[in-house]
Design a protein around this ligand. Structure first.
Ligand code: IMP
Length: 424
């Protein structure tokens, strides 16, 4: 298989887990390059439901190897928990799961600060997953982060904690009036994570070079989606990592030539969790219908997702940005529920019509969707596995998307099970 990237092209939760799971059969390696435990990939295998936050879902495939790259922020107790869950299911991770020694560690104070900062924002909450993602990436860029490799260097670890903890405690205790952290406890905990995880940690850049030079095929598994990208998304209502294609190169430590095929994954409609503008959002009954049919509740937080029509303006922006070579459309069957389909083909902002993605959030908040209406299929596409078996209206809907984006759709998911998929 060509080296392939699977990227979310909306606000996350596009159903990438299932597509990665499908493509992992033909890959030798599955690599994560950004995000942390904020991600939640649900994969259904024979009625068993697996939810992963850190470990690539490729681990379910016998013999496949997985890497958590340097661009990921790792919460060690959570990673150990996931490893234990897999072991209990009879899936051995030793020798198959690798973690970059350059990856940064999510510390307990990151999670606390995530929650406290959100509380402080009042009505302007980002609606983070409270997993410490923002504070961990902030420390990384402020150059005071703790990396995986620090966890088994006692002297270095202590020095780093001595540098960073007084500042965190000052903030937590003096500003927020909450209880801070004791250095010795954190230090001992971190050393114990290091002992448990050391067999899995490696110099991932050397590893990736070896893997690519050997001709093995790699699947790069994105988390979240392009509209949540720290640079290209709807800032500040974004996550703190690079969710677009560039994140692969810095977050896995590979050159651009390492990726041949770039698949953008989008639902057949749009969802978003957390705050921030969402022009095609449906409030009331229509939104509820999509939420119930699509079971749109977060895998990580259980929060109900905001639902709306497909936003082709945002998708076209991302298709260009990510250099998509193909698209995957998921949850087409959820649209069985509606009689008439709408797709957003332009925004109207302060009386002006545009097909450009505004960079200014204030303008984006004012964007009113201009819709094209397409007929629904008044039936069910659930479980369809062949393109020719789709109702003509469903084909028309997909062809409309392809044409608007100028990107071919090669995979269509028609239900939650592994087998409910069309591969063209
Ligand atoms: P954080 O990544 O926890 O800091 O959250 C920042 C924003 O990204 C919030 O709006 C979250 O709801 C959103 N977010 C983070 N991870 C995911 C995901 O996996 N799916 C969907 N939204 C996410």
């Amino acid at each position: 298989m060509a080296n392939t990237a699977v990227l979310g092209v909306q606000w996350g939760d596009e159903g990438k887990g299932k597509i990665v799971d499908l493509l992992a059969e033909d890959a030798d390696w599955v690599v994560r390059f950004q995000g942390g435990t904020n991600a939640g990939h649900t994969v259904l295998v024979k009625d068993k439901c697996y939810i992963f936050h850190l470990i690539p879902s490729g681990i379910l495939h016998e013999g496949k190897k997985c890497l958590i790259g340097n661009g990921v922020v790792v919460d060690p107790p959570e990673l150990l928990k996931e490893m234990e869950t897999l072991r209990r299911e009879g899936i051995e991770v030793k020798g198959r799961l690798f973690v970059s020694d350059r990856a940064h560690v999510i510390m307990p104070y990151h999670k606390k600060l995530d929650a406290l900062s959100e509380k402080l924002k009042g009505g302007k909450q980002i609606g983070t997953t409270l997993r410490g993602i923002g504070p961990a990436y902030s420390d990384k860029t402020a150059r005071v982060g703790i990396r995986m490799q620090d966890l088994w260097h006692p002297q270095r670890l202590r020095e780093k904690l001595e540098e960073v903890l007084p500042v965190k405690n000052l903030l937590i205790e003096e500003f927020f009036g909450e209880e801070g952290y004791e250095l010795e406890t954190l230090y001992q905990d971190a050393l114990s994570w290091g002992r448990d995880l050391k067999p899995y940690v490696c110099n991932s850049h050397s590893l990736m070079r070896e893997v690519l030079e050997s001709g093995a095929s790699v699947l790069f598994e994105g988390a979240q989606g392009a509209m949540l990208d720290i640079d290209c998304g709807t800032y500040p209502y974004v996550t703190s990592s690079s969710t677009t294609v560039g994140g692969i190169f810095t977050g896995a430590g590979v050159p651009p030539s390492a990726v041949d095929r770039i698949i953008g994954v989008s639902k057949a409609y749009t969802t978003r969790v957390g705050g921030g503008p969402f022009p095609t959002e449906l409030e009331g009954k229509e939104g509820d219908l999509l939420r119930e049919y699509g079971k749109e509740y977060g895998a990580t937080t259980g929060r109900p997702r905001r639902c709306g029509w497909l936003d082709l303006v945002a998708l076209r922006y991302v298709a260009w940005l990510d250099g998509l070579t193909e698209m995957t459309i998921t949850k087409l069957d959820v649209l069985d529920a509606v009689d008439q389909l709408k797709v957003c083909v332009a925004y109207e902002i302060e009386g002006e019509r545009t097909q450009e993605m505004p960079s200014d959030l204030e303008l984006f908040s004012k964007a009113k969707p201009v819709y094209e209406v397409l007929p629904g299929w008044q039936g069910s596409v659930r479980g369809v596995t062949k393109w020719q078996d789709l109702p003509p209206q469903a084909k028309k809907y997909l062809e409309y998307i392809e044409e608007f984006l100028g990107v071919p759709i090669r995979i269509v998911s028609t239900g939650p099970d592994r087998e409910e998929v069309i591969v063209r």
